[in-house]
Design a protein around this ligand. Structure first.
Ligand code: IPE
Ligand code: IPE
Ligand code: MG
Length: 263
């Protein structure tokens, strides 16, 4: 069963009911290199250790009822790193796809990868396809890995696809709306993130989900990704639960609509 992207309208158009648990958490997993440096280890040891944190957070999402988890694994700009690090990251990605897919499947996790996959090796593309097919009917958690992903790339490829449809007459120009753009983003099967987490101390978006984060609650922590465990994720959930999301309204309006909804 395909998820209909239209069921998730933009938060700015339709105000979602406030839930204490985020439906969708999106994470920039940063700080692997510094974690390794602190220990006198090669940077790749930090990336490897980061996989342990992925496992903990995936598990915690299923415990806590988070339905969608999106992880930034490799940005469009990460190709600028030294070739040895890029190659080792590719190897780690391939190994993870090969060795972890079955376990994800056993845990009823659906895995999808978003990003410009054309730059990856045919082996990685094959492993992505295999893991996505294996897990396609799972409903417990939707895990999305952003790989060779960039928010600007995503908006640009959506615009190009829309322009093509307008040029061919398939789509009238005056029918291009925010919903049209959303439907053409590579993340069109995801609701907008409710909670954004960045580990590793930097407070920036680094070209992650630019369009999609418009009304997301932002959470930054100094904890390095390899040290981000179940308890650290719970701390982020507690911070999220205490926030009032207003989507442009006043605090009073939000309180009143909650009273009506709870009556
Ligand atoms: C994040 O950790 C992982 C990737 C970008 C692939 P980093 O490798 O950026 O770690 P730091 O920021 O150098 O510590
Ligand atoms: C963002 O981290 C990308 C990923 C975690 C995959 P970076 O470490 O690449 O970000 P910058 O370069 O510090 O902004
Ligand atoms: Mg970094």
């Amino acid at each position: 069963m395909m998820v209909d992207p239209r069921q998730f309208s933009s938060s700015t158009e339709e105000i979602p009911s406030k839930e204490n648990v985020p439906v969708h958490a999106a994470i920039i997993m940063d700080g692997n290199g510094r974690w390794a440096n602190k220990r006198g280890l090669p940077r790749i040891a930090g990336h490897r250790q980061g996989l342990v944190s992925v496992k903990s957070v995936v598990k915690r999402c299923t415990d806590r009822g988070v339905s969608y988890l999106t992880l930034f694994a490799f940005s469009s700009e990460n190709w600028r790193r030294p070739p040895t690090e890029v190659n080792l990251l590719m190897e780690l990605f391939a190994n993870a796809l090969e060795n972890k897919a079955r376990r994800l499947h056993e845990n009823q996790v659906r895995l999808r990868v978003v990003g410009d996959l054309s730059r990856f090796s045919s082996k990685i593309r094959m492993l992505v396809q295999r893991a996505e097919t294996l897990t396609r009917d799972n409903r417990r958690l939707n895990l999305t890995i952003a790989a060779n992903y960039g928010g600007r790339w995503d908006i640009q490829q959506a615009c190009a696809a829309i322009c093509g449809k307008v040029a061919s007459g398939e789509l009238p120009e005056n029918e291009v709306t925010a919903a049209t753009i959303e439907a053409h983003l590579s993340t069109n099967f995801l609701p907008e993130p409710d909670l954004f987490i960045r580990t590793g101390g930097e407070e920036r978006i680094s070209n992650f989900l630019l369009w999609q984060l418009a009304y997301t609650e932002l959470y930054f922590t100094d904890t390095l990704w390899p040290e981000f465990d179940e308890a650290a994720f719970d701390t982020a959930l507690v911070s999220f639960a205490a926030r009032q999301r207003r989507f442009g309204q006043t605090g009073g309006q939000v309180q009143d609509s909650r009273k009506i909804n709870n009556a």
